[in-house]
Design a protein around this ligand. Structure first.
Ligand code: C2E
Ligand code: CA
Ligand code: CA
Length: 523
């Protein structure tokens, strides 16, 4: 590179030739006009020929050429250095927010923690925005970008002077600062960040709401190098997300163990769904007060080769997080529609659909296509949803439920009373059934409030023309009490626990036997 810079290029050779040409012309003109003879007389006592003047002029031309060349070189070097500085800054800064990027953060962390475990204590925050995705999905990327820039500004204002804030990508930010372990100061900074980032952001006259969950890892105890520290902070942040969001968590070693166990469970759950290890169990649904069998609720069970039968409370949340709940649900629906073909056609089937499945606009067509494929009458199917299915995007939920209902599928609002906006949703959507959460029924005997709430829900259902099912009925006293208050249906261990497909036949046979008038001996 330097050799190439020093050598003369074609343009410069041409320039040099021109300068030499000009010098020769000067000499020719000077010589013809006798200028050199006159100067010779003035400057010297004689002895300098016009050839010496030619030499002077040529040297002058060469000097001018070399000065020009060095000037140009210097200018080029300056331009190159400034381009390099710009490239360096782009490579180390986040273009959208102007904060440091991951690379710069890691370099800063490396420089700070390089002194090793004996060095100064540091804290790294991993900040993940909550509810950022809906902003992007609903209002578009321009709104998303505005939110990210505003968050970056707020972070920059908030953090201590000796801290550095970075955007790691997407809606993930980080703050790195010298700090004592778990000091009150550190907690205060975390709380301030959450409070400030949760304040609404105005974008084109719309108020956008996001918040933040923070994971905190400390150097040196939670990681010896930047990558290990960020990973620990990420694990702590993930814990915060699972435990309610808009909060902060310090990293603890057991979190790592739990995460590993969860990841391994997630891996085996994926293959379990594909290998058909998730099986439907069926729990009877009866009429009140007659206890007439009307159908079954499908409740998922994992037949784990080593752990035995795993309950849904353990694996449904993992399936939701891992994005395999849809596949699991369709697999269960297909199995249960096939199983139900062996039952009397009057018996219905209730299936639980997870809130996160409502993000899929194809949910309704997919359910209906499984019904067609298995030849199951949509009027026998009931879909149970919880209110959290309605909180994300009410319009999408409304459209999905509308398609299902117009095809004959009925909709039940599950776990009623545990959500936070029940009445609003009851007004907005047309449900066929409300399922009173089993926690109310189970505390009926020793909690007066529960009795009042149940009576109110039954009354509400009656006035809106919506039927009610009480879940978790375990004794006859409760069943009678509920029936007297007008509850339409019942479910619970009193009528039967969830059982595998092969045991359903027996329940149906027993019910038939109870309902058939006893045959006379003569007959
Ligand atoms: P859920 O929809 O409220 O289902 C009723 C739960 O109450 C079931 O628990 C059932 O076994 C239990 N139960 C029924 N009667 C009684 C009773 O008399 N006493 C008591 N103590 N419990 C009773 P399970 O099967 O463990 O299911 C738990 C939850 O897991 C379900 O609550 C539902 O939210 C979810 N779940 C189950 N299967 C699926 C599924 O296929 N998809 C989705 N998305 N969620 C499912
Ligand atoms: Ca249910
Ligand atoms: Ca329920």
């Amino acid at each position: 590179m330097a050799a190439r810079d020093n050598a003369l290029n074609k343009g410069e050779l041409y320039e040099l030739a021109c300068l030499l040409g000009i010098a020769s012309c000067f000499w020719l003109i000077g010589d013809t006009l006798g200028v050199f003879t006159a100067m010779q007389n003035v400057m010297t006592a004689g002895g300098m020929s016009s050839i010496v003047f030619l030499g002077f002029l040529m040297s002058f031309a060469l000097a001018a050429a070399s000065a020009l060349k060095s000037l140009r070189l210097r200018r080029e070097m300056r331009a190159r250095a400034s381009a390099e500085r710009a490239a360096q800054s782009i490579a180390r800064r986040d273009v959208l927010t102007g904060l440091a990027n991951r690379r710069m953060l890691i370099e800063t962390m490396e420089a700070a923690t390089g002194a090793g475990p004996a060095g100064e204590p540091y804290a790294v925050f991993l900040i993940d925005l909550d509810r950022f995705k809906p902003v992007n999905d609903i209002y578009g990327h321009a709104a998303g970008d505005a939110v990210l820039s505003q968050i970056a500004n707020r972070l920059t204002e908030l953090i201590p002077k000796d801290a550095i804030a970075a955007r790691l990508g997407g809606d993930e930010f980080s703050v790195f600062m010298p700090h004592e372990a778990r000091s009150a100061d550190l907690i205060r900074v975390a709380q301030q960040i959450i409070t400030r980032l949760s304040e609404p952001i105005t974008w084109e006259h719309t108020k956008l709401d996001v918040s933040a969950t923070i994971g905190i890892a400390l150097f040196p105890q939670d990681g010896a190098d930047p990558e290990a520290l960020l990973r620990s902070a990420d694990i702590a942040m993930y814990r915060g997300k699972r435990e309610g969001r808009s909060t902060f968590r310090f990293f603890e070693a057991r979190m790592d163990e739990e995460l590993k166990a969860r990841v391994s469970l997630e891996i085996s759950l994926r293959s379990a769904v594909q290998n058909g290890e998730i099986k439907p169990h069926y729990q009877p649904l009866v009429s009140l007060p007659e206890h007439k069998l009307l159908g079954f609720e499908v409740l998922a069970r994992w037949y784990h080769p080593e752990r035995g039968i795993v309950p849904p409370d353990v694996f449904i949340p993992i399936a939701e997080d891992a994005g395999i709940i849809t596949e699991l649900s369709y697999c269960l629906l297909r199995q249960s529609c096939n199983d139900a073909r062996a039952w009397s056609p009057e018996l219905g089937l209730s299936i639980n659909i997870s809130p996160c499945q409502f993000k899929d606009r194809l949910l309704a067509p997919r359910i209906l296509s499984i019904l067609r494929e298995t030849g199951f009458d949509p009027r026998r199917l009931e879909v149970e949803i919880t209110e959290s299915a309605l909180t994300n995007d009410l319009d999408v939920a409304r459209a999905t439920l509308g398609i299902l209902q117009s095809s004959g599928v009925s909709i039940a609002l599950d776990d009623f009373g545990t959500g936070y906006s029940s009445l609003y949703h009851l007004r907005e959507l047309k449900f066929d059934k409300i399922k009173i959460d089993r926690s109310f029924v189970q505390s009926l005997d020793d909690n007066e409030e529960s009795a009042k709430i149940i009576s109110a829900i039954i009354g509400l259902g009656r006035s809106l023309g919506i039927m009610t099912t009480a879940e978790g009925i375990e004794n006859q006293t409760n069943s009678t009490w509920l029936a007297e208050r007008g509850c339409t249906f019942g479910q619970g261990y009193l009528f039967g626990p969830p059982v595998p497909a092969h045991a359903v036949k027996q329940i149906i046979l027993d019910t038939d036997a109870r309902e058939q008038p006893p045959r006379s001996v003569a007959a």
